[in-house]
Design a protein around this ligand. Sequence first.
Ligand code: ZN
Length: 262
Amino acid sequence: MTYSLNTTKDYVQDAINLKTYPLNDNDKILLAYSKDKGLIRLVAKGVKKTKSKLASYIESLVANKLFCKSGRSLDIISSATSLDTFKNIRNDIVKLIFSMYLSEIVINFGVEKDPNSSQIYDLLFKALKQIANSTSKSDLLLVGLRFQLKIMEISGFDLDFYFCVGCGKPIEDMNNAYYSYNQHGMICYKCKLSNLSQTMLINKKIVDFLNTLKKSQFNENTYYDKMANEKICKKCFLFLYKYIEFYSNKKFKTIQTLEEIL
Ligand SMILES: [Zn+2]
């Protein structure tokens, strides 16, 4: 679709579609995450009609360059060109559910006029690209781990592996450190003894593994990418999910299905 910018009220933005809502008989509202403005809601006119050219561009989990114009309450999409459809995500139910979970995290933590918008946009774009290209469950879990660690760091909820949330002291024995499911953080061995909730042993190797993932790129093949087995990746993925869930003000819809298929 081609379009030229006619007035000062017209603008262009790169955005990844997250979901749509019905607005009326003909139109939908698109919720997307844009590189410059964070979470955005736009009206997609006429997309319920069979002949709509715009309809294919507002599908969830695709990235577009959106040509927009100012509207009264919500801005309106005039036209769109595709940046990436992440096609292989839609051919595979596990990849699709996994991607939906990442988009839910962005919906839950993203805000309008987000000062971190370009970082979060790039993170989601790269994660979707990597999911589309992945060939195994371990690949998917590694994307999920990197994404969870990085988005929490960008959003200011970085998980501290080195201080105990029970006593507040530095954890001295990193081979005897635990993630506490009711205190939502790392605890030392002493605090674990008085902690009645479920805990997961996180030894130094796992901390090194997660720190390496956090600092590396999605397509980087680190020592840990080669060595990490599916069981450890899944355990880490689920405890990070619990950590994210605690800081999220909305419930995740995809996690139950994700737990069943992982
Ligand atoms: Zn402690």
